[in-house]
Write a protein that binds this ligand. Structure first.
Ligand SMILES: [Fe+2]
Length: 470
């Protein structure tokens, strides 16, 4: 409990925050998929975002293309029907006006009729054929007199033709034929097509842009969930995805969050059980030495507060906490009578006591989950200037957790009664810590320690431990 309080009081940075901040920056720079640890890159062409966007874009282009072709086809058919009606109307006009001249065999009156029709620029030809198939007049004069024994011929390409029988009292006396060209239809269709292409292209382009944006928006939710699953796979049980929508992705996200919360709760329970076991071990050891009552809890609480100030993540804080609780467990292996002995120790006894970091390290090294912790315990009596033991390591050679525990351990020892001396005053102990900066203690940690002292964190932790011990 006091450890959690220490984290809060020290204003510890939430574990993983720095990582998320870095991830956001990397995302903005476009390197997120390649560089961020725990995030496997997805090639653009293989991404769901790309597949969705391309699929809907192709569908949009298909719809736009078919609509365009249908519109052009409709116009072509419509104008063709209009041309057919026009040819029939002109043929009817020709038939009505040519009946009398045809009966009278008056060629002079036939010419002006066909010519008047022929003035229409779309009319390719107009001719009259008598009941024997002889062309009695043709707008193309060289064809006048030709005999069409097989009746009215099919129109040439690009011409819509209408032929109308000329009837007199039920008897067919001739046929009026008019051919209208389709060039004007082609020109109209081409004009329409050119007029449609740019607006349709712009519309399709905007549509595709919208599809990519929408695909990005929707797929981003799946990507966020996928990132969270990956983070979970890497052991981050504090991951949470925000998605309030009620669709399938939203439901999947809520189920995921629930699953993570339950996993987190289960892991916390396991960790709590483990810490309680460790604490019980430490308490059993403390029972051997009445002078160190509550010492391990205070060292653990203040060490974690320092670790939080250093923005250690949760895993490192847990290791630091374990090492702090168990830092003197090696004293179990020191010859009986030395630990807790009243009065000064002999030279041999001092040597025996100096063996406790290595003994503790060997004990803890047998537990797979405490490998790092055993290393921190081994070096918790090293001095920053290299004058400590067991290896005489100095500065950054000493694990950070060991440097932290050493500082806090020394301060707590100074402020509590020991068999060989009474407790120093708080001011005296703080002064000795300051004097030891850069010599016995890491100066950076000393500064942080005094910061915690000014904030009242150290005193609060000590009081809380005292209360918990009754
Ligand atoms: Fe120790």
């Amino acid at each position: 409990m006091e450890i959690e309080a220490a984290r809060t009081m020290a204003g510890g940075v939430e574990a993983g925050k720095g990582t998320r901040f870095t991830r956001r920056i990397m995302e903005r720079l476009g390197f997120e998929k390649q560089r961020v640890k725990g995030r496997e890159g997805v090639p653009l062409l293989a991404s769901l975002r790309w597949k969705v966007a391309i699929s809907f874009s192709l569908l949009l282009l298909l719809v736009v293309g078919l609509t365009f072709l249908a519109f052009i086809r409709f116009e072509w058919v419509f104008l063709g029907q209009e041309a057919q009606k026009r040819a029939q109307s002109l043929a009817r006009y020709l038939a009505v006006n040519a009946r009398d001249p045809l009966l009278a065999l008056d060629d002079l009156r036939l010419g002006p009729i066909t010519e008047s029709i022929n003035q229409d620029e779309d009319v390719r030809y107009a001719f009259l054929m008598d009941h024997q198939g002889k062309v009695v007049y043709h707008s193309q004069t060289e064809r006048t007199g030709v005999v069409l024994s097989r009746g009215v011929p099919d129109p040439p390409g690009g011409v819509i033709q209408a032929s109308l029988p000329i009837m007199v009292e039920g008897v067919r006396v001739g046929t009026a034929v008019v051919g209208v060209g389709t060039d004007h239809i082609r020109r109209a269709v081409v004009t329409t097509a050119l007029g449609l292409i740019i607006p349709l292209a712009v519309g399709a382009g905007l549509g595709i842009l919208g599809i990519f944006l929408l695909a990005g928006h929707h797929v981003k939710r799946v990507e966020r969930l996928e990132e969270a699953v990956q983070a979970l796979g890497y052991g981050d049980l504090r991951v949470h995805v925000h998605d309030k929508s009620r669709d399938e992705v939203g439901r999947l996200t809520r189920h995921f969050n629930l699953m993570v919360a339950q996993l987190h709760s289960a892991r916390r329970q396991i960790e709590r059980n483990f810490k309680e076991t460790i604490s019980a071990l430490a308490t059993a050891f403390e029972a051997k030495d009445k002078y160190t009552r509550g010492h391990c809890e205070r060292v653990a609480g203040i060490s974690v507060a320092l670790g939080s100030k250093l923005e250690m993540d949760e895993a490192r804080l847990n290791e630091l906490e374990m090492a702090a609780i168990l830092h003197d467990v090696g004293k179990i292996g020191v010859e009986g009578g030395v630990v807790g002995k009243v009065g000064p120790l002999s030279e041999g006894e001092v040597d025996d006591m100096k063996g406790h970091p290595e003994i503790g390290s060997r004990i803890l090294h047998q537990l797979t989950s405490l490998q790092k912790v055993s290393l921190f315990v081994r070096h918790h009596h090293e001095h920053y200037d290299g004058t400590g033991y067991p290896r005489g390591l100095m500065e950054s050679e000493i694990p950070l957790a060991s440097r932290i525990i050493h500082l806090v351990d020394a301060f707590d020892a100074m402020t509590t009664d020991r068999p060989y001396r009474e407790a120093l005053s708080r001011e005296e102990a703080l002064m000795r810590v300051r004097e030891g900066s850069g010599k016995q203690f890491d100066p950076m940690l000393v500064d942080l320690f005094f910061l915690l002292e000014e904030e009242g964190v150290i005193e609060a932790i000590c009081e809380e431990v005292e209360e918990s011990k009754g």
